[in-house]
Write a protein that binds this ligand. Structure first.
Ligand code: SF4
Length: 561
């Protein structure tokens, strides 16, 4: 008997050939990535255990599982099911099937950037195809049974926008928020048919354009009640006891930098103590991982000092402790900001030594650059360069360039995102972003070309998503940002596809070929759309290139550091 079945969105359990950036593949439209290519690049799913449970599960689902156990639900009543073996668990006595998702209907920023580019209202990215397939399977297994369907995880907000999908997907409950301290109570109370109004609220939290938090009543949604606080306290966050997909473990929550487009900044900072991180890491190492993927939204804010000066001692202790665990051969953080390598090259050098970074062991990190424009950076994210200040310590572009220089010098490879469609954005701002990408794409560090990827994201206003008006409205200057980004990505793909591909020789050759050819084809597709929309592609190719020796002067600054 399994009262509670937890299962993950299929896109979160495949290995995507362990190729950098390929985890974004489900965001691509099914109309442009043929099924066989998608299925090959998606790689293999995390394995199933003999009873049909998932050997590895997304980190958030592991947190929910331990929260349920800690709050009195018996382990035999919970199954973290592998999606291929759901029939082993969804039975007549199942009370709730809970599904964890990040981007169920393809409204995430990467997916939106493809809609904006390719146009069309059909909204059929692979992520949505996979979601529909999974829910159809679950709903078929629920027919004639009492099991209710609950959706949770960071992607729940999408049902607040496309709420007619709630009925279509036959969803009974949607839970929004962090549930570490209440997960068990939630499942128990739903089963008993009575939610404690102090602990739970019927409705969801939403935000206005200036990120003011608003409660919206809706009986189909459940969020944290006013009696327990908006977020769990650090001491109420449990330690996972079973391994996670891709060996991910969390080191902190929250950020606080205050970028005006980011919800994470509203969450309180909670730093996991080292012994808690080690306990979770050991769970993954015992399951066979030999690397540690440290999740935070801003690693350089870990126990930061005043004015977001990095706490070098704490970061060195964190990296050293992680790398000292028996079996760990490499580590990387998920996110970090670019001003820290710009201002603290010696810290990056030290962390690289600890992490044994080299030309064959790059430390990957996602970095939100968002723009190349001083004006927009100051307007939307004035604290993102702290402790450096734009204008005082150089232009935003100079800070970014120095950051990439130092990252690359010590074998860190940033995966950038840039935005188009930000509020009050002008064509000039977008061309500044183009200039930054072109300059970086043509820069070198110690004789090596700059190593980075850059993914353009489109800020789709929610009103247009609600109205299902997601047709392309990219202006030529926005398309110039896409053009410069995909031109650089094609260059990176042809340069690195072979050395970054993993697996047996057949898989390695297949992955490498598809990535290098696919990168070129994607660039050609962007070029065709951009030309059709009136972009002068010669201008986009050359914009910002250093006829004026600007790059050389930046290089001299970097060398002098
Ligand atoms: S630095 Fe990153 S996580 Fe922090 S507020 Fe800005 S965008 Fe959000």
């Amino acid at each position: 008997m399994t009262k509670y079945v937890l299962v993950s969105d299929n896109t979160l359990i495949h290995n995507f050939r362990n190729f950098p950036l390929l985890d974004f593949l489900p965001s691509a439209p099914a109309s442009h990535v043929p099924g066989p290519v998608y299925k090959f690049l998606r790689g293999v799913p995390a394995p199933a255990l003999p009873d049909g449970q998932a050997k590895f599960a997304p980190y958030g689902m592991r947190k929910l599982e331990i929260s349920m156990l800690n709050q009195g639900i018996k382990s035999e009543d919970i199954a973290v099911a592998h999606p291929d073996h759901l029939q082993n668990f969804i039975k007549d006595d199942t009370e709730i099937v809970a599904v964890h998702t990040m981007d169920p209907m393809g409204l995430g920023p990467t997916t939106m950037s493809y809609y904006a580019l390719f146009g069309g209202n059909e909204m059929r990215p692979w992520v949505r195809q996979e979601w529909d397939d999974l829910l159809a399977k679950i709903n078929a297994l629920r027919v004639g049974k009492k099991a209710k369907l609950m959706i949770g995880g960071p992607g729940v907000w999408e049902y607040t926008i496309l709420n007619e999908e709630i009925e279509r997907h036959k969803v009974d409950y949607l839970f929004q928020g962090e549930a570490d301290d209440i997960g068990g109570h939630l499942f128990q109370q739903l089963t008993d048919g009575q939610l404690d109004p102090n602990m739970f609220n019927n409705g969801f939290i939403t935000y206005d354009e200036t990120f003011h938090r608003m409660q919206h009543k809706d009986p189909r949604f459940i969020s944290r009640g006013s009696g327990i606080g908006a977020y769990p306290k650090l001491e109420d966050i449990p330690v996972i006891t079973k391994p996670t997909t891709k060996g991910l473990t969390e080191v902190m929550r929250g950020c606080g930098i205050g970028c005006d487009f980011c919800e994470v900044t509203l969450r309180p900072l909670r730093y996991y103590p080292i012994d808690m991180i080690v306990k979770e890491l050991k769970v993954n190492l015992d399951a066979g991982y030999n690397y540690a993927w440290m999740h935070s939204d801003e690693i350089f804010a870990y126990k930061h000092l005043q004015n977001y000066v990095p706490n070098q001692e704490a970061l060195i202790e964190l990296f050293s402790t992680v790398m000292a665990q028996p079996g760990v051969v490499r580590t990387n953080p998920t996110h970090g900001r670019i001003s820290i390598p710009a201002a603290y090259p010696e810290l990056i050098k030290k962390l690289s030594e600890i992490g044994r970074a080299s030309s064959s062991n790059w430390i990957g990190v996602q970095v939100g650059l968002e723009t190349g424009s001083d004006r927009l950076a100051k307007l939307h994210m004035p604290a993102k360069t702290l402790p450096l200040k734009i204008g005082v310590d150089g232009s935003y572009q100079e800070i970014v360039w120095k950051g990439v220089y130092n990252f690359n010098k010590y074998f860190w490879r940033p995966a950038f995102t840039v935005q188009v469609g930000q509020s009050s954005e002008t064509d000039e701002d977008n061309w500044e972003t183009v200039a930054l990408i072109n300059r970086m794409s043509n820069s070198v560090v110690e004789g090596r070309p700059f190593e980075f990827t850059v993914t353009p994201l489109y800020n789709m206003p929610l009103g247009r998503i609600k109205a299902k008006q997601v047709k392309s409205e990219l202006t030529p200057s926005m398309l110039a940002v896409y053009y410069a980004s995909y031109r650089h990505l094609a260059k990176m793909a042809s340069r690195n596809a072979n050395k970054d591909s993993k697996g047996n020789p057949f898989v390695k050759v297949g992955t490498s070929k598809i990535i290098s050819v696919g990168g070129g084809l994607m660039f050609k597709a962007v070029e065709k759309i951009a030309k059709k929309q009136g972009l002068d592609v010669e201008k986009a190719k050359n914009w910002g290139m250093p006829k004026d020796k600007e790059l050389e002067s930046w290089a001299m600054v970097a060398k002098a550091m």
